[in-house]
Structure formats: C-alpha cells, structure tokens
Design a protein around this ligand. Structure first.
Ligand code: IPM
Ligand code: MG
Length: 358
C-alpha cells in the first residue's frame, strides 16, 4: 500500500489510546504486508505548551502530506482559560477547515455484548445502528461575520452567522444519500426549516437531490423533534444528515444511546476520501495517564480508516472481528466493566486485540 499515517496524539488520554492503535497498525502491517509508515506530530494543548499554538504550521503541513490522520483527543482544564483563538479545540477546527474535511461520519452502534450499558431499555436499543452524517466545515461554526462588538450604548453583543451555500449542502447530501444506499436505504435530513431560512434551503436541496437516489427514502425532521425521537424510538433512524451545529449535538445524544462512548469511532473525509479519524469521546483529563481508558474507539477509528481512505474492507473487518471476539471473551476496560467481566487496563486491552488479530 505504501501509505503514511500521521498520528496526532493530543492531550489527556490521547497519547495512551493512540499508542494502542499504533500497536494494532503495526500488527496489521506485518500480517497484510501493508508497508504503512507512521509519523507523529503535536496538536492541541500539548502543542500550545511547546509551540505557543494548538496547530503548529509543521503539524498542518504534515497533515496535508499524510494519506490519513489518526487523532487522539484535544483539550483539558489546563487550557480552558486561554483565549478562544489558541484553545486546543481551535486545532480541530483548523484541521477540518484547512483539509476540507467536510463529511463527518459518526456511527452509533450498540454492540450486542454491551446491551446492558445503555440508559434506555434494551428493547429500544438492541441492534441499534445509526449513522450520523454531519457537515463539518460550514454552518454557524465557520460563518462570517462573527465576534463580539460593543454597541453605542456601551453594551456588548455577541454574534455568529449561520450560513450554507447550495453547493455545500449538495456535497454533504451526496455523501449521506450514498451512505444510505449501502445501508438500510433510509435518510432523515434534520433542519429547523420552520424558523431558519438557511435550513429551508437545506431542506429544498435535499429534496432536489432525492430525485437522483430513487432507492433511498428521504424524510425531513425538525431538530427539536429529532432530539426527542432519538431518545423515544432511536431504531426508526438509519442515516441522519444535518449541519455542523445540529450534528454536534445530535451525535452526542446518539452516542450515549449505546451506553459506551468509549466504543465509538468517527471519520472526517474530504472529496477524495482522505480522512482524519478520531474516537468521538474527548480527552478525559480526569483519567489521563492512569492506563484505564478504553482504546477501542480509537482502534475502531483505524478500522474506519482502512475502510474509507485505504479501501481495504478486509483489513477493517479483521479489526472489527478482533474487537468482537475480545468482548465475547468478557474482556472490558473500566468504562464498560461490571462485576462478571474481566477488568483490563488500556494497555492490556490493546494487547488482547493485537493478539487476536489474524
Ligand atoms: C466534536 C467536538 C468539537 C465540535 C469541539 C471540540 C470543537 O465537540 O467534534 O463534536 O464542536 O465539533
Ligand atoms: Mg461534539
């Protein structure tokens, strides 16, 4: 394959979980003779401490040159008082925007072995498999003008701009329709078209696109209702597509339905399926450095990388199978542990997975 993967370990538990993912990549390299090389660069708060910026130019260049990126997590209380322009989160936003990673795929899958971890009744969530497709480089996150200004009265006023052009809506729409085609054939587009013009346009473009995908059943839902339906009857959804901010919120809710935020990977893709892959949980500063975090979301992010960027579904499947087997055998990290199971450290979980990959 001769590909380069850039590891951006970041902050908090980022280094320990990406370390386990690297062990998995090295094992795959051996078995499949992949010829994948690995490089590292600094990002987030740790980059700020070292270079005075959460996204150093050298990191950005390395990210542009890499074939795929694996990111651990960024942020933590240590950097919360910093100005918003240099907060660790800025690095994420910068990478997304500089690399045009507009398509964020966030699966919420309930592993049958973890059915009792959800806060909802098992019958509501058993076999749950939702894919949230979130637009990631536009909307209110990036809209101009933005800022805080002082009015003539002396009062301060904060403002942001919620903006989407047709082409931005269409390109994320295509990703969502195509995802639905290879899944359950259902797509729910989430908006606030009863109030916001920008999302009326969103709805119109999605409706127009639907003509090109007769095999996909498109529905529309207001975001407040979608938030409710996700909790009320989550299995009604197959693929959901929405803008940047609604996607941020709904994907956290969807993740929690599975009861195990430590299990969920994500992909952020550009037009050519180059991607940045990351676990959806954060940097978990409270448990950082304790060797107890769950590395599975990060390792599943590597599986997504092989599937979407490297087009090696065979390699992706071998990772997923290994994780299924380890769960079957009753191995659990603290976040998904209960008394009948074997309690493993981050490193032990990594070793187990590495050992069963074949
Ligand atoms: C996410 C996170 C980020 C976002 C933050 C950390 C900037 O919440 O990836 O969902 O809002 O996109
Ligand atoms: Mg979020």
């Amino acid at each position: 394959m001769n590909k380069n993967i850039l590891i951006l370990a970041g902050d908090g538990i980022g280094p320990e979980i990406t370390q386990q993912a690297v062990r998995v990549i090295e094992k795959l390299n051996e078995i499949y003779e992949l010829d994948v090389s690995i490089t590292h660069a600094a990002v987030g708060g740790s980059a700020y401490d070292q270079y005075g910026t959460p996204l150093p130019e050298s990191t950005l260049q390395a990210a542009k040159q890499a074939d795929a990126i694996l990111l651990g997590a960024v942020g933590g209380p240590k950097w919360e008082a910093l100005d918003i322009s240099v907060r660790p989160e800025k690095a994420l936003l910068g990478l997304r925007s500089e690399l045009s990673l507009f398509a964020n795929l966030r699966p919420a899958i309930l592993y049958p072995q973890l059915a009792d971890a959800s806060s909802l009744k098992p019958e509501l969530v058993s076999d749950l498999d939702i894919l949230i497709v979130r637009e990631l480089t536009g909307g209110i996150y990036f809209g101009q003008p933005r800022g805080v200004r002082t009015l003539e009265s002396g009062e301060k006023q904060g403002y942001n701009t919620y903006i989407y052009s047709e082409s931005e809506i269409r390109r994320i729409g295509k990703v969502a329709f195509e995802s639905a085609q290879v899944r359950g054939g259902k797509l729910c587009s989430v908006d606030k078209a009863n109030v916001l013009e920008v999302t009326q346009l969103w709805r119109d473009v999605m409706t127009e696109l639907a003509a090109d995908y007769p095999d996909v059943e498109l529905s529309h839902m207001y975001v407040d209702n979608a938030a409710m339906q996700l909790i009320r009857q989550p299995k009604q959804f197959d693929v959901m597509v929405t803008g940047n901010m609604f996607g941020d919120i709904l994907s956290d809710s969807a993740a929690m339905l599975t009861g195990s935020i430590g299990m969920l990977p994500s992909a952020s893709l550009d037009d050519n399926d180059k991607g940045m892959y990351e676990p959806i949980h954060g940097s978990a500063p409270d448990i950082a450095g304790q060797n107890c975090a769950n590395p599975i979301a990060t390792i599943l992010s590597v599986a997504m990388m092989f599937k979407y960027t490297f087009k090696r579904s065979d390699v992706a499947s071998s990772i997923e199978l290994a994780i299924g087997q380890v769960l079957d055998e009753g191995d659990r990290t603290a976040d998904i542990h209960s008394s009948q199971y074997e309690l493993l450290s981050t490193e032990e979980m990594g070793s187990k997975i590495v050992n069963v990959i074949s």
